[in-house]
Ligand binder design. Sequence first.
Ligand SMILES: Nc1ncnc2c1ncn2[C@@H]1O[C@H](COP(=O)(O)OP(=O)(O)O)[C@@H](O)[C@H]1O
Ligand SMILES: [Mg+2]
Length: 208
Amino acid sequence: MRLIAKGAEAELYEADWFGLRAVLKIRRPKPYRDPQLDAAIRRRRTVNEVRLMSKAREAGVSTPAVYFFDLEECLIAMEFIEGPTAKALLESGRVDVLNDVGRRVALLHKAGVVHGDLALTNVIYRGGEPYFIDFGLGQVVEGGGRRAALEFGRDVNVLLRILDTYGAAAERYKAAFWEGYREVAGARADEVEAAVRRIRASARYVER
Ligand SMILES: Nc1ncnc2c1ncn2[C@@H]1O[C@H](COP(=O)(O)OP(=O)(O)O)[C@@H](O)[C@H]1O
Ligand SMILES: [Mg+2]
């Protein structure tokens, strides 16, 4: 097994899964957390990730196939997606990936799926198709109400804040995202945009 990433949350390995090229995502115990609480958190994130990958797929958004998961070890074996991230593509001039991402995020939200960490590194392209990964902090929200719009706004705002770091290109990038989002979400996009504005206004208030 080859270590490919070690985040705050999990270790990721490339592995051979009975002949299939796989990624093993393992959430190891955190020694500084109460053991019972720690086990509960790791288990919840693991089951959450598997459940949301499957929901996303039902909604028409590509995710790695899950080969196996174990809630005792808090591990997921999934399909290895070989390809560039949305970040790499964007930085090589492919602004259109943000259109794609916007459409896919709107599909997730239509199905009530909040991704939870919409970073450009959590989208991997293979054969022109964006695959979404890293759903461990996501959730499912019910209905089309104001509370749901707020959750979708929070979700989108994670990505918008990343796009804000691109200086002079930021506004164009954000517009490309919203264009894709609106294409799928229709008038619901207005409510999510309004939620984003509220979130941003109160964040600025807190910063002062
Ligand atoms: N299915 C996969 N195929 C290929 N690479 C993956 C896959 N899953 C994760 N990775 C790689 O591992 C990194 C970390 O995985 P991720 O699920 O995002 O965990 P973290 O919570 O630590 O961000 C990703 O940014 C990506 O480079
Ligand atoms: Mg990640």
